[in-house]
Design a protein around this ligand. Structure first.
Ligand code: HEM
Length: 383
């Protein structure tokens, strides 16, 4: 059975039943390498993610020309713990709540620009611009650079194996991002501002300041991790609420239920569908012999549709218990930006439902989805 990008769930269920843990020699990773273990059951995915001593996050060599390779997502302990502790304070619920007013204003302005038309391209006009403005605000970069940010984010999550152009734009974007942030770091070194980069420049781990390379890796991680994923969540949530008008009506009258509806969207249409690990040693994993150096793909999107954890998983049910959904990952690399993503999305829908009723897809809308095994991303959503 083949994976259908628009609705990968039947493929996940087929694999969970027939090949829950399997080696696919033809699987092409975003780095262009071939062959990977594929893991589909919820429990096995948790096992992989919790066993970070065996299943390493260092899936790419750390090189100077690829600053992302130094980011905490692709770094193991003890370095991972140091990097994470340095920035974790900026992402606690307490710190994030301080952004609430700004996020509300950004969401309001974006919606106001479209209200008169009574129609908008939800992905381009709203879901993309909201997180970009929030990250720009945090990093202290001009909002006018948003088009570049968007281009880089998209290139990063494209599957380079899909086309040579995809691969080219992936590496070109890496390079452009690096130059952009190097300049910004230099400027903040000379003239600190009231932003995250300026604060990080003076932060210390074990008495040592972050190197420019580490700082660069962090900026790029935030730009990529924080933009594209939240855009996908907002777009998928809008589509899901349109497909379920009774939920939409309920939410527009009961704002308190918006957070649990968003939580269910994350399970139902997980913005990040998969993530990678690499085996650090030969290991017997649930009867499978995984060799040192083998790449492992854990399908978070499949975990969130595992019937043994989420019965009738294909039903969108805002009242289901989805505490164990894994859209934000699991274990030591659990998404640092989860409180921010939740807050942004909650505010997005409070803003929209506060001013719009009966949101529908435009007639003859022909939806398509990004070709990527990493993310679930609508290309467009005319509403
Ligand atoms: C890590 C998903 C939004 C920052 C992760 C991971 C996932 C994820 C699955 C774990 C990756 C792994 O273990 O390999 C999401 C989703 C989001 C979202 C679905 C939105 C709906 C954000 C935002 C930010 C952010 C808004 C920050 C502005 C991070 C960081 C990590 C991370 C820094 C690395 C944590 C670590 O390695 O310890 N995210 N993310 N994310 N995310 Fe998010």
């Amino acid at each position: 059975m083949q994976k259908n990008s628009f609705n990968p769930v039947s493929w996940y269920k087929y694999m969970q039943k027939n090949k829950p843990i399997t080696y696919d020699p033809a699987f092409t990773t975003i780095f262009g390498s071939e062959g990977a273990w594929q893991i589909f059951p919820h429990a096995a995915i948790q096992d992989v993610l919790v066993n970070h001593q065996i299943f390493s996050s260092e899936v790419m060599p750390k090189t100077d020309d690829n600053p992302y390779s130094r980011a905490m997502t692709v770094t193991d302990n003890p370095r991972h713990k140091q990097l994470r502790s340095l920035v974790s304070n900026f992402f606690t619920i307490k710190s994030i709540v301080k952004l609430e007013k700004k996020i509300r204003k950004i969401a309001n302005d974006l919606l106001a620009a479209k209200l008169e038309d009574e129609s908008m391209e939800c992905v381009q006009d709203f879901a993309t611009l909201l997180p970009i403005q929030v990250i720009a605000e945090m990093l202290g970069v001009p909002y006018s650079d948003r088009d570049q940010f968007k281009k880089w984010s998209i290139a990063f999550f494209n599957d380079p194996s899909e086309s040579e152009e995809g691969a080219m734009s992936y590496f070109q974007s890496q390079n452009e991002m690096m130059q952009y942030f190097l300049l910004l770091i230099e400027e903040r070194q000379k003239e600190p501002q009231d932003d995250l980069i300026s604060q990080l420049l003076t932060s210390e781990v074990d008495g040592k300041r972050l190197s420019t390379d580490d700082l660069l890796g962090f900026c790029i991680l935030l730009l990529l991790a924080g933009n594209e994923t939240t855009t996908n969540l907002i777009g998928s949530a809008m589509l899901t609420f349109i497909e379920h008008p009774e939920v939409q009506e309920h939410l527009s009258m009961n704002f308190n239920d918006i957070p649990k509806a968003i939580e269910e969207v994350m399970r139902y249409r997980s913005p990040v569908q998969s993530t990678y690990r690499i085996a650090k040693e030969d290991t017997d994993f649930q009867g499978h012999s995984i060799k040192k150096g083998d790449l492992v793909v854990v399908w978070l999107g499949a975990a969130n549709h595992d019937e043994s954890v989420f019965p009738r998983s294909e039903q969108f049910d805002i009242n289901r218990n989805n505490h164990s959904q894994m859209a934000f990952g699991y274990g030591i690399h659990h998404c640092l930006g989860a409180p921010l993503a939740r807050l942004e999305t909650k505010i997005a829908f409070e803003t929209v439902f506060g001013q719009c009723k009966n949101i529908r897809l435009e007639e003859n809308a022909n939806l398509s989805i990004r070709q990527s095994h990493l993310v679930y991303a609508l290309n467009d959503l005319p509403i």
